[in-house]
Design a binder for this molecule. Sequence first.
Ligand code: CP
Ligand code: NVA
Length: 310
Amino acid sequence: MSRSLRGRHLLSIRDLSAQEVRQVLDLAHHLKREHRAGIRHELLAGKAVALLFEKPSLRTRVTFEVGVRQLGGFSLYLAPQDVQLGVREAVPDVARNLSRWVDGIVARVNRHATLEELAQAAGVPVINALSDQEHPCQALGDLLTVEERFGRFAGVRAAWVGDGNNVCHSFLLAAARVGLSVTVATPSGYAPDPAVVADAQAQGRRWGAEVRVVTDPKAAVEGAHVVYTDVWTSMGQEAERDTRLRAFQGFQVNQELLRAADPDAVVLHCLPAHRGEEITDEVLDGPQSLVLDQAENRLHAQKAVLSLVL
Ligand code: CP
Ligand code: NVA
């Protein structure tokens, strides 16, 4: 029997069963169609959502603000300097105070542990808007994008090329739950967290997804239908940039690498991109790129999450 998502936190894709990922995607497709048809759903009528951000954002902030408003609620953006989580005020105190005023907390944090602290003390749902370990809302929008293009997940193969980072973790966990196979190629030392890979492989065995980790980008991309990359230097890792630039040589998604993929392959990138590093302009702006659909679909996926959880 599936539990309701109402009142639950979404810190990791691991918080969702395969059925719950399916439920989010179904509602997201529906809300997207309805929105396009001009039909409004006041699913968050009168509800307040705090957007608590420790790092910069374009897509996540805008899609949450617009999404909450489209559903009849309203949001408050709290910038890093406003709250100073754990500096001006202890994290549990921030959670307890916010819970007296708002119906949900969307948080982008430096350390995943901060989200866990928030969730522990909050009396309202906490939604991860990116941590150093995961970006679950991104992965849900990505699956929506893949399903729109291919109409299915079974038999579709994705390649993740680059860093085994937060976005990679959520994508792997989410893909495995819908039966989308993924091969990750990273330089050694930059592979995804083995615990994430183990969870994805276990889920993959149940739902028909093959999950592999390799160190050869060409081998990962060979025949793939989806080629996904992200920056080599994530927010907070700026001091490692030079080391990373060297370590990731040969992992750029460019026209030559893309030739190894299926001829109808699509290219994903969560954005922002470091153009000329992990991806060339030609590929990012080229006919196979779905990056703007991905960005748009953050809106629809998050509206579904908010409607189910709040
Ligand atoms: N993809 C993504 O989360 O973008 P922002 O950092 O701009 O929110
Ligand atoms: N991996 C990137 C994703 C940004 C949306 C970062 O954490 O900076």
